[in-house]
Design a protein around this ligand. Structure first.
Ligand code: BJ8
Length: 385
């Protein structure tokens, strides 16, 4: 069991608080007359919305609250992230979806693509045609043209003009955000890490629900400072001999924090997240010199998601993080019915076997019914490290 010697300063809110505060913040933004764009995926180029002075918010839902409602329209054996997101949209229970003037989807996995067709009947929707290859000239040209199409849609829907200067400014701001969050999670390269994996996840997830760039970056800076000061003052929330775990796979947050909890309750510590809640988003910087839309297109297309084929960038990042964070084991969390991550788990397992890094795949959904089973499997894995 990880020893929590003293509670670290609460710089970021818990999941529930983050969402509640986010709701109040979005309402305030709407009342001030500003436009809101909702999106589902790390491939969505947020710089375009930022350049138009719009607020963007992640619509990926993380609880099972609305799944029964979603299953009236969608098959039950579909990824819980898709069902939950759709359920919140049709029940009007997600304030972000409710307030979004424009919702941007993307052609990543089949389930999301077909869900968007249903969502389009209820929301003002724009779909980005994402290629499934990152390296051919044709794929790059298609993606760049899709970003131009998105920019034009935003200009039309919100009656704004997005200039190159606006885009360069947004790239610089997003780079600052990425650099700071990376600096924060890289604190866990230390042994022992200065924060638990649960705390790291809460900070990374919570940062998505801060809408004012200045406030958000100030809070991340202050979190880094507080964590460093506590560590220098001798705070050790994690014991030195806790096995160090990297989590890969589907995005996390909300109810799936159960996976982190069972790992840490078994005596290990999660030091890194190679997923869309963590390093996949923050690891690289976007080029600042040259044509901004080309830079944004190149930047996002290189994300190593399992919907890409082939997908070498995921393995480059995974291998690098395992070394950098001195990882003793990797846990992959796959959501039920997520075929791309489930199939790619074989390649992940083989890749890690060659590096002699133990690997465990945990499949789960948004219920809490499997906590006992997850706990047994995580416990057995940690014990053998
Ligand atoms: S870049 S990980 S956010 S697609 S919805 S693929 S879990 S079956 S979320 Fe994702 Fe973008 Fe990739 Fe990241 Fe599987 Fe579910 Fe599909 Fe999912």
């Amino acid at each position: 069991m990880i020893q929590m010697k003293k509670e670290l300063p609460q710089v970021f809110d818990s999941f529930a608080e983050a969402r509640k505060n986010g709701f109040l913040a979005v309402k305030k933004i709407k009342d001030s007359g500003k436009g809101v764009v909702g999106q589902f995926c790390t491939y969505t180029p947020l710089e375009i919305f930022m350049a138009a002075d719009l607020v963007s918010v992640s619509l990926c839902s993380t609880s099972d609250e609305t799944i029964p409602e979603a299953e009236k329209d969608l098959p039950s054996n579909l990824c819980p992230l898709i069902k939950s997101s759709y359920g919140f949209a049709v029940t009007d229970k997600c304030p972000y979806m409710y307030f979004a003037d424009l919702v941007v989807g993307e052609t990543t996995c089949d389930g999301k693509v077909k869900m968007y067709e249903l969502l389009a009947k209820k929301k003002n929707l724009h779909i980005l045609q994402l290629p499934r290859n990152q390296f051919t000239t044709e794929a790059k040209a298609l993606w760049k043209s899709e970003l131009i199409r998105l920019k034009e849609r935003v200009e039309k829907d919100f009656g704004v003009t997005i200039t190159d200067d606006n885009l360069v400014d947004a790239i610089k701001k997003r780079n600052v955000e990425r650099r700071l969050l990376k600096e924060l999670y890289e604190l866990s390269t230390m042994c022992p890490p200065p924060i638990t994996g649960l705390r790291q996840l809460q900070i990374l997830f919570g940062s998505q629900f801060k809408f004012d760039w200045q406030e958000k970056t100030d809070e991340i800076r202050s979190a880094i400072k507080n964590i460093k000061e506590a560590y220098e003052a001798g705070e050790r929330p994690v014991s030195e001999d806790a096995p160090r775990i990297l989590i890969t796979g589907c995005p996390m947050g909300g109810v799936t924090e159960k996976v982190v909890k069972v790992i840490e309750e078994a005596g290990a510590v999660v030091v890194a997240y190679e997923n869309c809640t963590g390093a996949k988003q923050m690891d690289r910087q976007c080029r600042e010199e040259g044509d901004p839309l080309t830079n944004i297109a190149d930047h996002y297309l290189q994300i190593g998601c399992s919907i890409m084929t082939p997908n070498p960038n995921r393995f480059e990042l995974l291998g690098r993080l395992c070394e950098q964070f001195h990882v003793n084991g990797v846990v992959e969390m796959t959501l039920q019915a997520c075929h791309t991550y489930a199939v790619e788990s074989y390649t992940v397992k083989t890749f890690l076997k060659e590096k002699n890094i133990p690997y465990l795949q945990l499949e789960t959904d948004y219920s809490t019914a499997d906590i006992g089973q997850l706990s047994t499997r995580a416990g057995a894995f940690v014990e053998m490290l």
